[in-house]
Ligand binder design. Sequence first.
Ligand SMILES: Cc1ncc(C[n+]2csc(CCOP(=O)(O)OP(=O)(O)O)c2C)c(N)n1
Length: 538
Amino acid sequence: MHTAAQTLVAFLAAQGVDRAFCVPGESYVAVLDALYGHPQIDLVTCRHESGAGFMALADARLANRPGVALVSRGPGACNAAIAVHTAQQDAVPLLLIVGQVEARDLRARAFQEIDYSRMFDGVAKFIGEATTPAQVPELLARAWAAMLTGVPGPAVLALPEDVLAMPCPGTPPVAVALADAAPSPETADRLAELLRTAERPILLAGGDIDRPGGREALLRIAETWQLPVAVGFRRQDLFPNSHPLYAGDMGLSNPPAQRVAFECADLVVALGTRLGDITSQGYAFPAPGQALVHVVPDAAWLGWRFPTALPIAAHALPTLAALAARNPAAPPGRAAWCARLRDLHRQDAAWTPRTAPDGVVFTNLVAALGPRLPADAIVTLDAGTFGAPFYRKIEWQPGQRLLAPISGAMGYGMPAAVAAALRHPGRPVICAVGDGGFLMTGGELAVAAARGADLKVLLSENASYGSIRIHQERAHPGRTSGTDLVNPDLAAIGAAYGYPVMAVRAEHELPALLDALVAAGPLFAVVHSSLSAVLPSK
Ligand SMILES: Cc1ncc(C[n+]2csc(CCOP(=O)(O)OP(=O)(O)O)c2C)c(N)n1
């Protein structure tokens, strides 16, 4: 008979999991051993549990199935908590498997014990803890279904050390197949009618479109129905940004004129987005009076914050398919509306290179990189002000992927790049990160180096937690507190990982850096970025 640990591994393999990320712990050596006997699952040994969790999240997005991270009890689970939160905010399915204290010691305040149902309450979609091996298959099935039902998210399974090593009765696990929720024919008819008659519609595209075939379906519907498309927060890669129907993103610091125009829409179709805080511009868009069709696969997200003309508890792809099966039409004024939104986006995306006395203007570099990005590039971003131009000054094209934490978690960029380089060894992977974020999870570069996974690091060094300094200057001008950084020799760190290093101090060195960024092979580039260029002008 299989042990519970072997059952767990067989279950994961049956769901198509081919890679999992871990920092080992004595509390789950039985699972490590089961993986030893299961080479179909590539176990990636990471340097920090946040790195393991972030890698699993990026891998989930690229492989279109839940990401899996394995961590030890107490300290390991605490380190991984940031990834559970990001999975919830980013709507990404993540299974966090925690080796738990022995079953007999549960709730006995044992060494490194945590009650995960309390720790992750309100964050994870499902939290399970086995007290006997017989419960393991059931908990796995429930966790898997919870992650993938409705809006995807994290599940946490605490499996006691002794339980994992015990024989597990029951039938072998099978693949769990979940059907996508589709709108009813009547609902789809109503949506089509609203689209046919709207003079100033806008389609707001969210993360549920980030599935195989989703981008193509969205483009087809936008073109056939003549719908301008805006994307949700950090979802720029869902729609070709150079397309005349691309109206920009709903993110941080949208220009006032663009916001005014969005508020002139007479129909907002929010497709596959929860309409969270930032996408909805602080819950201000759609504004009262704008007709809203909200399509999200979980009724709990419908109608609670915005008056909704047509709430649809369905997935984005079947909704797009339903529209594809209906006759499109658009009133004559539609073209002018699309052109108006496009023009506002172009104004926002325009950039004139400038200089600064204290280093390279990072936006100059990013704006110049955009047109040269390889057609199949994967760019991962950490959180920080260096990231801002990636969202508005690059025209993302079909085939390119942008992996950035919707949660705004620092530390995401480097592990996401490692996961991307492992998942797609032939594709160019660039990780853009600040000097703050790099020293949080930059150690995961060791994983890429160990596996010979090529990636490029583009590190913006401005000796500051720059984003926070910007807020600080706005709220308390001239009173710098807690945001200055004194860095080690970052280029030497890159070299220590065996990476070819490039240090860029001046604008005239950017052409050489751009060439290196689009050439094949690994690279560790440290750019001495201007802080003054991003601070509010006095
Ligand atoms: C884990 C985490 N801690 C703190 C923050 C708050 N925060 C957001 S951006 C930022 C500064 C980022 O600094 P750096 O990586 O140097 O990039 P920069 O903003 O300077 O470009 C901080 C501290 C966060 N988002 N995530």
